[in-house]
Ligand binder design. Sequence first.
Ligand code: GLA
Length: 420
Amino acid sequence: MTPAAQWRRVSRGNASHTSRGHYRPPGRQALAEQADRVFRELHGRAPEGVWSAPGRVNLIGEHTDYNDGFVMPFALPHRAAMAARRREDSTLTVATLGDNGQLQQAAPVALAELSPGHVTGWAAYPAGVAWVLRENGIDAPGADLVICGNVPTGAGLSSSHALECATALTLLGLLGVDLDGPGAPPRSEIARWIQRTENEFVGAPTGLLDQTASLCCVDGHVLFLDVRSGQREQISFDATEVGLEVLVIDTRAKHSHTESGYGDRRKGCQRAAELLGLSTLREVTPTGLGAALEQLPTELRPLVRHVVTENERVLSVAAKLRAGRVSEIGPELTASHTSLRVDYQISCLELDVAVDAALDAGALGSRMIGGGFGGSAIALVRADELAAAERAVTEAYAERSLAAPRLFTAAPSAGAGRDR
Ligand code: GLA
């Protein structure tokens, strides 16, 4: 099925730039109002409601999720908002407002025909969520969906998961299910359903990090998640309170082997676990690491070393944050980057230039985040050195003739919910 059946230009929202040139997304309510307004313009009547879900930054814990390890994301203020109304004909229509102010409408899809491979392109995300709800015995209704989002796309900040999580809340919401009310499926279960959407419908072999972050994060906190047990802890994370900022550096790079590189690492970890006779690499303890490495072929050793040491770094950051020692987590962030670059081999020039420039400019710590081979990096910087760090990164890119990165600061924001 071809998406993009039709294009229209509509009034675009109210993102702004701060005096320092930072991109600042429109507030949650402004985005919801925009989705509401665009819905009315397109469908000539009011939506029944608006739901939204955020993108994420992962503070630490990279490529640990599919190894049953620890992760520590926080939700971005950037969100995907979805205005919706039920339809009587068991058909899903989806329209999304692009960055360029153009409305893109996917071809309508009959719910009964939904199956993996049937819908491609961006429309596969909402369609895949309707499919997975039905697979789990929830009679997802036909609906008109209108999406307005401001999570940077292709930046490794989980714009697609924001869209999927917003869709799940929307379709459940249209059925009268309030996620925070009695009888609702737990958010962690919805995260697993969305992982299935990604793995089976969209065809991306991703783990649980992104959708759990979008669904379960809360304002002002990082989410410390033990993927093996499912145990979650919200740990307060207020960098600004101690004079720090989390600078997000969207490198705007996406290298061609992003998908294959991710899949290869994942398979390598599975293979290593099998050879060790374990169900996942989570079972390898730091003290058992040396012995485990000796049993493995050379090419698999660095993968295992990254996973085991990264889990330890997450635990160390969790302990420091619980003790309010936010300004002391820099070394773990930088060590994570080194491990991802040297052992996991998923960094790239753009990420390394960003991290090195930020560190040279005085950042307390810096690392790539997400799947790798492009996307974004973060740097923990002193607020009064933020401008210098930004300048350093921008200049380092210019010196190497790399396209200018997009920079913004981010504080932990709210997870998915109903807006109107
Ligand atoms: C991507 C995937 C996640 C996770 C990260 C790496 O974002 O979607 O499941 O594996 O990469 O930590």
